[in-house]
Write a protein that binds this ligand. Structure first.
Ligand code: MF3
Ligand code: CO
Ligand code: CO
Length: 343
């Protein structure tokens, strides 16, 4: 329940307060409960008429195209050689220097592929076209697109493309991107025996095409990802990462997805430890130099709850409101973290 803001007796400031700070008007109420909405309405006019909230219809499943061929010379992970999923989950102990060196190369390759796909995001482009770009760029680097044939049922494409209210694991298909959409592209490559995993959310048609709520969601999600990464150091615990992320997301009025987590990674795609993006009290494991894992929070405008499509992969928000995500892969160092998925 909210009531309308009281009449302002002082003019709005040039820089808006944070959501939970007192409103500039002196009412004593939190900004988000007072003049925030009307200020955003004014910045709409200043921004040239961008809407406050999105109006796109719900995302629907499209047609998934045929499997893409991977050249014979490229080394496949075990699950793509018909050996099934790993019998035992890698416990996520610190990695040796040689493994970390190879993960630097795989992480950089994944970041390069992600950037190439990002340049291809535009109105009128299908998500399958983004998969084609990723496939070409991945095999050009001598790498295997890790999602292809991963899991159960086997994932049918080489990347994930998650549009608007799709939280994660959207399958590239005949869906046509439109100006004002947001799309997360998640790239994982298998190179020299290890995986490199990174993702980012892009604005279709540029940020200017997006509504203000989606712009804020994407900004806060990027910031939350980095707050999680900045919590990484030897002696900190896994739960400290999630606490930093959750605090930032909730201060902006957004929610944190609980059903999907970051993960240890090296020779196995998904290893221990699970990296929760909220404060999980049982996540007491200490971080040690040489541990390698991802931080990949999914942040929602509305409810944190997820619903799965019939394809057994695509996860969408229960309320149809938008979701954004960023992902980096890192190694714990002696005094913090080295991010392995930067350009
Ligand atoms: N790249 C995703 C992650 O960050 C996993 C995708 S698995 C897939 O963990 F099979 F859906 F591709
Ligand atoms: Co990941
Ligand atoms: Co990923």
């Amino acid at each position: 329940m909210t009531s309308a803001p009281t009449l302002a007796t002082s003019p709005p400031p040039a820089h808006r307060p944070d959501s939970n700070d007192p409103c500039w008007c002196g009412s004593g109420r939190r900004y988000k409960r007072c003049h925030r909405t009307s200020d955003l309405d004014r910045s709409v006019a200043q921004a040239g008429g961008a809407p406050l909230v999105p109006s796109a219809p719900r995302v629907r499943p499209g047609v998934v195209g045929p499997l893409r061929e991977v050249p014979a010379g490229i080394v496949r992970p075990p699950y793509a050689r018909g050996e099934g999923m790993p019998a035992a989950r890698d416990p996520g102990r610190p990695r040796d220097a040689d493994t970390i060196a190879r993960m630097r190369v795989a992480g950089r390759a994944a970041a390069e592929v992600l950037a190439a796909v990002g340049r291809a995001v535009a109105p009128g482009v299908t998500t399958d076209e983004l998969d084609r770009v990723a496939h070409t760029e991945t095999v050009a680097r001598g790498a295997y697109p890790s999602p292809l044939l991963y899991g159960n049922p086997p994932y049918p494409k080489g990347i994930c493309t998650s549009v608007n209210e799709v939280i994660c694991h959207g399958i590239p298909d005949s869906t046509v991107l439109a100006a004002g959409d947001i799309v997360n592209v998640d790239v994982t490559v298998f190179l020299d025996g290890v995986h490199g995993d990174t993702n980012a959310t892009f604005f279709v048609g540029g940020e200017e095409a997006a509504d203000l709520q989606s712009r804020e969601l994407v900004r806060v999600t990027r910031e939350a990802t980095w707050k999680g990464i900045e919590a990484v150091r030897p002696g900190a615990r896994v739960r400290d990462i999630g606490r930093a992320i959750q605090t930032h997301a909730q201060e902006a009025g957004f929610s944190v997805v609980r059903q999907f987590v970051g993960h240890g990674i090296a020779q196995q795609f998904h290893a221990e430890p699970s990296i929760y993006h909220y404060d999980e009290p049982s996540a007491t494991r200490l971080l040690e130099p040489g541990m390698t894992f991802t931080v990949e929070p999914m942040i929602n405008v509305g409810s944190w709850r997820a619903v799965m499509w019939d394809d057994d992969w695509t996860a969408v928000t229960a309320d149809g409101k938008r979701s954004a995500q960023f992902e980096h892969m890192l190694v714990v160092t002696d005094d913090g973290a080295e991010v392995l998925t930067l350009l």
